[in-house]
Design a protein around this ligand. Structure first.
Ligand SMILES: Nc1ncnc2c1ncn2[C@@H]1O[C@H](COP(=O)(O)OP(=O)(O)OP(=O)(O)O)[C@@H](O)[C@H]1O
Ligand SMILES: [Mg+2]
Length: 480
């Protein structure tokens, strides 16, 4: 018990039939013949799943669907109809229905759809699908939750509900910062393997010649530095899920080795001849287009097909604008709490600025911006000026044609410094050179680390400096 099923139909015979057929199941049932009563029920009892007849007196099922979704965007609604019309079905799915079934109802099928809809709804509640910011609870701001209520994200939640429990390989593609790792964790958290390990390996962060041993382990003496046997990630997460991030960066040689393991679910440690059998689910992610990599012969086509049995594409934040206010609110709560502030919201002009921003760094960028703004905010509302340094710096760059600047950023920085130069000189007399250079270096390092999720190897590679230099600067500038 505990899960709630609402059935709305004006035909009392159908109501009775559905009541009987769901009676023994683990549902608390609500039966309504009237649409307004059904909407009140959604408000008061928050059912998980609703079966809704499209042909109702007073209002059509589609209208009720729309109103129901306004009350609880996470409600999984199954539309039923006596007439099959593609347009109705499309309309229903567009308005956020979970599924669309035609009468006479095949009870077996209906039950299976209801169960899937329930999973999807529970998942939405669990990965905290929150249609309205006020639905985000205190506890949720503490952990890394994944939210979204745009149609694109709803499709993703539905798919997670459908595939989480299977052991199928999952490939997640999307631009940097769109939440690929978070999605990988959501799939894992909702799978049967959730009590077994989840291990993430960033394929780009580990030098090519060490990746094989990282994944599959090695025997003592396998190579010069192999002083003892080492158990690899695949063995460590036996029974669990391995997340291979940045799979697009894997060398062709390692791709071949991975493919063999996926085909047989067995391997040998480097330098060993004992065959190790494992049962590991593989989730991979990349911000490259693997199709292009395959075309350019940088990625093996056979491995590509093996990895993308289930394929997710996370849309960029600019393609799902409606999620921005929701995310702002989540991060606002999260960082207010972190810094012990009591920030209640975002001023309308500030919100406009945020909505208009292109968010090339996607959710990670938005999160960082809200983080800084919360730090700078003096009152209890975030104002446009709390974001201004960030947004101005960006527009400063925008005005200058980066194409014509080539590798010489003198004009770029000149233009940015010009309006501030007098003040800087005044404040830093005798130290201008050192302080500006230091500031630039610090900003660069922060951005590189931010871009690569604090991965030092990748940040150093991006900047073209050694990892030791990077470490030294992180310490020197006290970069957290
Ligand atoms: N839907 C979401 N709801 C809340 N937070 C999110 C969401 N998507 C991403 N984030 C947050 O944004 C940041 C970036 O997410 P994540 O690391 O999963 O992105 P990514 O796609 O793996 O990026 P990259 O390709 O750069 O590795 C993380 O801090 C994550 O918690
Ligand atoms: Mg990532």
């Amino acid at each position: 018990m505990g899960n709630k099923l609402l059935i709305v139909d004006d035909d009392h015979l159908i109501l009775k039939m559905l009541e009987d057929s769901f009676a023994g199941d683990e549902f608390e049932l609500f039966l309504e013949k009237d649409v307004d009563a059904a909407l009140r029920r959604i408000m008061s009892d928050r059912p998980n799943v609703a079966i809704l007849d499209i042909c109702m007196p007073k209002k059509s099922g589609l209208e009720v669907l729309q109103e129901a979704k306004k009350i609880d965007p996470g409600l999984a609604v199954i539309i039923t109809t006596g007439f099959s019309s593609t347009q109705n079905a499309i309309e229903a799915m567009k308005r956020g229905a979970y599924d669309y079934l035609t009468k006479p109802l095949d009870l077996h099928k209906l039950k299976s759809v209801v169960n899937k809809a329930l999973e999807c709804n529970l998942l939405n509640r669990k990965v905290h699908y929150a249609g309205r910011p006020e639905q985000i609870t205190e506890a949720e701001t503490a952990e890394d939750i994944m939210i979204g209520s745009s149609p694109e994200m709803i499709e993703i939640w539905k798919m997670v509900g459908q595939v989480a429990d299977s052991d199928a390989a999952v490939l997640i593609q999307g631009e940097s910062g769109t939440g690929k790792e978070l999605l990988a964790r959501a799939i894992y958290n909702n799978s049967r393997r959730k009590n077994r390990p989840f291990l993430a390996v960033n394929c780009a962060a580990i030098p090519e010649n060490l990746l094989e041993s990282e994944l599959f382990g090695h025997e003592k003496g396998a190579f010069t530095d192999a002083h003892a046997r080492r158990i690899g990630k695949f063995e460590q997460c036996n029974g669990g899920t391995i997340f291979l991030d940045e799979i697009g960066e894997m060398s062709l040689a390692n791709q071949g080795k991975l493919l063999r393991v996926l085909e047989g679910q067995e391997f040998q440690r480097v330098g060993g001849n004992e065959t190790v059998k494992v049962d590991v689910r593989v989730v991979t992610a990349t911000n490259r287009s693997l199709v292009n990599s395959v075309k350019e012969k940088q990625f093996r086509i056979d491995l590509f097909y093996r990895l993308r049995v289930v394929s997710f594409f996370l849309p960029s934040l600019r393609d799902r604008h409606e999620d921005i206010p929701l995310l702002i609110n989540l991060f606002l709560k999260k960082f207010s709490k972190k810094y012990g502030k009591n920030i209640k919201g975002v001023a309308p002009e500030a919100k406009e600025l945020l909505l208009a921003n292109p968010w090339e760094g996607n959710i990670r960028e938005l999160k960082n911006v809200i983080n800084s703004a919360v730090v700078f905010c003096k009152g209890d509302i975030l104002l446009a000026e709390d974001f201004s340094s960030f947004l101005q710096a960006r527009s400063g760059f925008r005005e200058i044609d980066l194409e014509t600047a080539g590798d010489d950023y003198c004009a770029v920085f000149g233009k940015m410094l010009e309006p501030l130069f007098d003040t800087i000189c005044h404040k830093n007399n005798g130290m201008v050179y050192e302080n500006i250079n230091m500031g630039l270096e610090k900003a660069l390092i922060r951005m590189a680390l931010g871009k690569h999720n604090n991965n030092q190897v990748l940040a150093a590679k991006l900047l073209g400096i050694s990892r030791n230099t990077l470490r030294d600067r992180i310490e020197r500038y006290n970069i957290a």
